[in-house]
Design a protein around this ligand. Structure first.
Ligand code: HEM
Length: 669
């Protein structure tokens, strides 16, 4: 587990030096007049060390400040070649990538497991230049026009007077805005679902959100939406787990990503596209493709997979890579272009603008993680943090002094060609299409597509969030919005708040549910799942060792939980003691033979009880079964089993973890 740094040997030379390379014989004591001082201004090493430290921090991102990154490779299937000429999507082409996952609202040091949208930004270092797919784990957005971005973010961030609450949407200003600006209701509903509290970055879908324009080799265009589909399925935490993790392990997602990669359980996604004809209306089946608060159900526009992403390397240095990476929606390659989506258009301005401040000037593309892998010859010169030593005398075009170089490329040389999309003859206006006024039919589609347990979680999430809102008028206004989405949703939330549910003012839409929107169903590999193994002092060390090896062999991550940190039997490492373990770290718990010796230790009882309550797999063998019984849990129950041996437990776990939880247990409760 990555409690300690593990990213390899430092790359410094053997001797400690100044930044000028002069070797130092002392770094613990400053240069003083005599033993007792004062300290001398001439101490260059002291001044350099302190000055550099004083300037170590850069501004955090104005949004998405908290994140974690990883390197990997994208391999194209070639199935997109009919719709785009992008070279990196040609069959078999392998492209290095860097991905940064993030939360939106919290500061750099905020907890990972808060209820929020997650960023999913991918930098493809293609041979034709850098392509950034800067997406989220939710396919729709709060606003239809980028001019509203400062408004939604100001509303979601902590209140400006006291700078609280941190990384939360459960407060007055957020609900004030989304209940007034009702186009935000669809995205908000996704946030209130278990998508808002992802189990892991590895278990999230990703979406480009906007509609892009693709151009193929023949110059034909189509419209498309990008989707990332995780190999491990889409899973959430329970709200109680998310809150507990905020205290027990605020770095839960960051740790999970790094640990899984280190354990060889490399996270994987398939990239897919929904492709639509590029018609003048830019609609599909009545859905406006330029409205980023709307999705196109997969049932009417299937996602066609076009490649595979594998993340297999942790960054060596968080600041250099994860913190300094600079994504930009305008980083496009030939074959992929933007559309007139007014949200996307504002983003084209915002990212570089903010990075000029965040990364200290205009040369941030020279930072290693941002450097294109394609050759660069850009005639951009000088400025803060200029690392290049440009040769020649003529950084202008045209010129005759540098032999006319650099040349402009044409079509056959792989230039990015601006697609000659027709701009309608029209007046300048601050307006939008009438279809953008429909704010409730798609949230209703989402609600109708949920399973009963997902609906239960959504009602509970609204009840929690609105329960934290102090202003009664805001709660009531939000309840009215819920009434426009679904009276049963509104009724459930109103009952939990002790309020009367209002009736809808508008007519309810009648969309066909989209089962693809549900997170439930399917069975997935157990890669990188953590399994706690509770042992007693006399548990069979060799067997425990074998169990750990078997779990690691199936890419799971065992953690032995023992009364003390002393290695079991002298050489089986213990990762958690009873007092440092908490159930929320584990996807499953195995109680080993020999554990009965600990009797009804309150930590172990709590561990077993929470694992059961949270619907996680709970296995025991030998007298470990007595521990489960002492905790008051009947064996067997769905996902709770007494096994004959540790090897049977190891064999059963992948299946039990495949569905993430024993959902039947919630129905029983
Ligand atoms: C569909 C809508 C949007 C999505 C999917 C999205 C996604 C993201 C993601 C994933 C990041 C984190 C990038 C990273 O990891 O470094 C980010 C950062 C950011 N986004 Fe957006 N965003 C959206 C809308 C907007 C809009 C409308 C604006 C402004 C008009 C905006 C401005 C920013 C800014 C300023 C940052 C910080 C960038 C940095 O400092 O590097 N975003 N966004």
């Amino acid at each position: 587990m990555t409690d300690t740094p593990s990213s390899g040997a430092p790359d410094q030379t053997e001797w400690l030096t100044t930044s000028g390379g002069v070797r130092l014989r002392e770094t613990d004591r400053s240069l003083k007049a005599g033993e007792r001082g004062p300290t001398l201004l001439q101490d260059h090493h002291l001044r350099e060390k302190i000055t550099h430290f004083d300037h170590e921090r850069i501004p955090e991102r104005v949004v998405h400040a908290r994140g974690a990154g990883a390197h990997g490779t994208f391999t194209a299937y070639g199935t997109a070649e009919t719709v785009t000429s992008a070279g990196f999507l040609a069959e078999g082409r392998e492209t290095p990538v860097f991905v940064r996952f993030s939360t939106v609202l919290g500061s750099r040091g905020s907890a990972d497991t808060v209820r929020d949208t997650r960023g999913f930004a991918t930098k493809f270092y293609t041979e034709e230049g850098t392509f950034d797919l800067v997406g989220n784990n939710i396919p729709v957005f709060f606003i239809q026009d980028g001019i509203k971005f400062p408004d939604i973010i100001h509303a979601g961030k902590p209140h400006p007077d006291r700078e609280i609450p941190q990384a939360q949407s459960a407060h007055d200003t957020f609900w004030d805005f989304v209940s007034l600006h009702t186009e935000a209701q669809h995205h908000t509903l996704w946030n209130m679902s278990d998508r808002g509290i992802a189990r892991s970055y590895r278990m999230m879908e990703g979406f480009g959100v906007h509609t892009f324009r693709l151009i193929n080799a023949a110059g034909e265009t189509s419209l498309a939406k990008f989707h990332w589909k995780p190999k491990l399925g889409v899973h959430g935490l329970l709200w109680e787990e998310a809150q507990m993790l905020g205290g027990f392990d605020p770095d839960f997602h960051r740790r999970d990503l790094a640990d899984a990669i280190e354990a060889g359980a490399h996270p994987e996604w398939e990239l897919g596209v929904q492709v639509f004809p590029d018609t003048p209306q830019q609609t599909y089946e009545g859905i406006d493709l330029l409205d980023p608060t709307k999705l196109v159900p997969e049932e009417i526009a299937p996602v066609q997979t076009i490649g595979r992403l594998v993340l297999d390397r942790n960054p060596d240095n968080f600041f250099a890579e994860t913190e300094q990476v600079a994504f930009h929606v305008g980083n496009l390659v030939p074959g992929i272009d933007v559309t007139d989506d007014a949200l996307m258009q504002a983003r084209l301005f915002s990212y570089v603008d903010t990075q000029l401040t965040r990364l200290g000037g205009p040369n941030f593309n020279q930072i290693p993680v941002n450097r294109p892998h394609a050759p660069v010859n850009d005639m951009l010169r000088d400025g803060f943090h200029q690392d290049e030593v440009h040769r020649g005398v003529a950084p202008y075009h045209p010129n005759s002094l540098d032999a006319g170089c650099p040349f402009l490329a044409g079509d056959p040389q792989g230039a990015f060609l601006d697609n000659p999309v027709r701009v309608p003859e029209t007046a300048k206006q601050r307006e939008q299409p009438a279809s953008f006024d429909d704010h409730f039919s798609q949230p209703r589609l989402f609600w109708l597509s949920m399973t009963p347990v997902e609906k239960q979680h959504i009602v509970a999430a609204y009840a929690f969030e609105l329960g934290k809102v102090h202003e009664p008028a805001i709660r009531e206004r939000q309840l009215q919005c819920l009434a426009e989405i679904a009276p049963d949703l509104c009724g459930g939330v109103a009952a939990a708040l002790g309020l009367t549910a209002p009736s809808p003012k508008g007519e309810l839409a009648d969309p066909d549910p989209s089962p693809a929107l549900s997170m439930l169903g399917g069975s997935y590999p157990p890669d990188g799942r953590t399994v706690g193994i509770v042992v007693g002092p006399d548990s069979p060390a060799e067997e425990i060792d074998g169990l750990c090896a078997a779990l690691r062999g199936s890419l799971m991550m065992p953690m032995v939980v023992a009364p003390t940190a002393a290695p079991l039997g002298g050489d089986v490492a213990v990762q958690r003691t009873f007092s440092t373990a908490r159930s929320v770290e584990f996807d499953a718990l195995v109680v080993a033979d020999g554990a009965a010796a600990v009797g009804s230790d309150p930590h172990v009882m709590l561990l077993v009880e929470e694992i059961f309550r949270h619907g996680k797999a709970l296995l025991a063998w030998g007298n470990g079964v007595e521990v489960v019984a002492t905790a008051g849990i009947a064996v067997p129950a769905p996902g709770v089993k007494a096994e004959e041996s540790s090897s049977i437990a190891a064999a059963e776990l992948p299946d039990l973890l495949g569905a993430h939880r024993s959902w039947e247990r919630f129905a029983l409760a």
